[in-house]
Design a protein around this ligand. Structure first.
Ligand SMILES: Nc1ncnc2c1ncn2[C@@H]1O[C@H](COP(=O)(O)OP(=O)(O)O)[C@@H](O)[C@H]1O
Ligand SMILES: N[C@@H](CCOP(=O)(O)O)C(=O)O
Length: 318
């Protein structure tokens, strides 16, 4: 019997200045795993078991779990390629909180697709995999956006191209930056947080968005980290979404007054992130956020780096 284990990390969508087009994978410095895992084993018929810290927050019915949808989607794509899919059992270890802004659904989707692709001998290439992951993410959040699935699958910081192939390109990662990431413990639905945004963006904000993204990419490629940090402000979503996040302004004010180079909402929130280039300051901000931004016992804060690797897997044959 073959068993495949796959892991997919948490991610920050948007990173303030790149609504829907910029994202980064996350890895806590303390070595803890911040991401979902799947274990896939050969079986007589399809089944899904859910375990892990946040398993109880998911729908009890496996048919309502996105991992089951991934399996069905993958099976259809295999059949369309003339390939046979044998029955499997999937165990999802759900470690990321739902509606957290940490790309929780993306992490389950990427772990499931990556695990399935490895289990069945890599029938799909990277671009096809990303396209399938984007489709499934779109089913959950109401519109296709790759800013979580792409970095979660590939690692690093990724910029979406808007094209079919390549779907995304990798940007240089600032090695000296720490990413403090604090989840407050409450749940914010991504689709609800998208629905509160206006359909049209004023011309002045559109010009700011374009300038910031252009300068950010240039600054990363020329190692001008101060300039990169200086354009990390969100003119698209944060003005509307911060009303959903208790203590957001206080968290920003403290972080920026205590050494953060940038501060913003991770994805659609409630997780916030602070960028620092000094470990002591990052740790201090993380501690402060733990005490003042976290709302309940589900919350947590980590000092993270952006890992070069995204999803990973290993296999055992008995
Ligand atoms: N494996 C899964 N992981 C996360 N969410 C799932 C999963 N399966 C189904 N869901 C549902 O998808 C929705 C995800 O909500 P969303 O706000 O998009 O979360 P996130 O922003 O954390 O990805 C929830 O309604 C949740 O119950
Ligand atoms: N670009 C999306 C990102 C959503 O991320 P999530 O982690 O909250 O699912 C958005 O801002 O809506």
């Amino acid at each position: 019997m073959k068993t495949t284990r796959a892991y997919a990390p948490a991610s920050i969508g948007n990173i303030s200045l790149g609504f829907d087009v910029l994202g980064a994978a996350l890895q806590p410095l303390d070595g803890s795993l911040l991401g979902d895992e799947v274990i896939i084993s050969d079986a007589d018929e399809f089944g899904l078991t859910v375990a892990g810290v946040f398993a109880h927050k998911l729908p009890a019915n496996p048919d309502e779990n996105i991992v089951t949808d991934c399996y069905r989607y993958f099976s259809k794509a295999m059949l369309a390629k003339g390939l046979n899919i044998t029955p499997i059992h999937i165990t999802l270890l759900k470690s990321l909180p739902i509606g957290s802004g940490l790309g929780s659904s993306a992490s389950s989707i990427v772990a499931a697709f990556h695990g399935l692709n490895e289990h069945f001998g890599q029938p799909f290439d990277q671009t096809t995999m990303l396209t399938m992951m984007g489709e499934l993410e779109g089913q959950i959040s109401g519109s296709i956006h790759y800013d979580n699935v792409a970095p979660c699958y590939l690692g690093g910081m990724t910029l979406m191209t808007g094209q079919d192939d390549p779907v995304t390109v990798s940007l240089p990662v600032v090695k000296s930056w720490y990413w403090v990431t604090c989840y407050s413990g409450i749940s914010v639905s991504t689709s609800a947080a998208r629905n509160i945004l206006p359909n049209a963006v004023p011309l002045k904000d559109t010009l700011t968005f374009g300038r910031q993204l252009g300068i950010f990419v240039h600054a990363l490629h020329t190692d001008d980290y101060a300039m990169a940090a200086s354009v990390m402000q969100d003119v698209i979503a944060e003005p509307y979404r911060k009303s959903l996040l208790p203590a957001f302004d206080e968290a920003r004010d403290y972080s920026m007054a205590n050494g953060a180079l940038a501060f913003g909402i991770s994805g659609s929130g409630p997780t916030v992130f602070a960028v620092c280039d000094d470990y002591r300051q990052a740790n201090d901000i993380s501690n402060w956020l733990s005490e003042h931004y976290i709302q309940n016992e589900d919350g947590f804060s980590h000092v993270c780096r952006i890992p070069a690797q995204g999803a990973g897997s290993q296999q055992e044959q008995e």
